[in-house]
Design a protein around this ligand. Sequence first.
Ligand code: GDP
Ligand code: K
Ligand code: MG
Length: 294
Amino acid sequence: MTKCGYVALVGRPNVGKSTLLNHMLGQKISITSRKPQTTRNNVLGIKTEGENQFLFVDTPGLHLNQKGAMNKYMNKAASTAIRDVDVVVMLVDRLVWTDEDEAVARRLEGLELPLIVAVNKCDQLDDKNVLLPHLQVLTERLSPNDIVPVSALRGMQLDRLESIIAKYLPESEHFYPEDQITDKSSRFLAAEIVREKITRQLGAELPYQMAVEIEQFEQDRGVLHIGALILVERDGQKRILIGDKGDRIKQIGQQARIDIEKLFDTKVMLKLWVKVKSGWSDDERALKSLGYDD
Ligand code: GDP
Ligand code: K
Ligand code: MG
């Protein structure tokens, strides 16, 4: 009998959810960075391994004390994700338990689902003696079905995590063909890669007031031509993004092109434009038209 089920990856911002998803899939479908709010949408990552099909739902972390339409959208996405899944994997850090972790834990209370706790970033554990007491505290607070130390970045113990998750997958036909890795469109993935490069390059504020819209996406004689529009809120942000003599936007474009070529296994021509449009990032209708509406 085959198994198939939805597995929510939850946890506070920056704990490593998207990194974990990418490593499990062996493909980069969910963008990552050191900044919170990198992941805005729920991203489905599909992994078929023999009899088992895992439908991982990567979620934006819950964002505490944050206002604005984008934050509302992200928190809603994170909350709905845990309603319709078969298993929850909560990621926590190897050392600390914060208010943000506590907020996630509260959301999980009363859910009658198997809960697996993955204690992440264990590649950065100088003193191994601190892990055991931490695991004990986590076990008491969360009463998980299983708990496992991992490193999403280095791929430590992810096989073990996967076989633990497999125990809780319901018996079912597979929902997707075995070679499919996501439900997101190629356009979405391309836009996200551009957004990742900008998020990684720029300071703390801009990433939240920036969106990427794909205007052109055409294969022509072996080359994928992509045109992407980058929306920002203010003139100053446009200037920062473009950089001195256009060198920053050029760098962003080069980095994004390399990743997009890898993902689609084709030569890519990428053109980027920056446009100022005030107010869109706190405007629910504008967000909807940019695809933040599921
Ligand atoms: P998310 O917000 O939970 O999706 O977190 P990301 O996947 O975007 O990761 C946030 C940051 O933590 C990135 O800079 C990652 O490279 C880093 N990171 C994720 N997993 C690990 C890990 O296992 N070890 C280390 N050292 N860093 C990690
Ligand atoms: K992040
Ligand atoms: Mg993420």
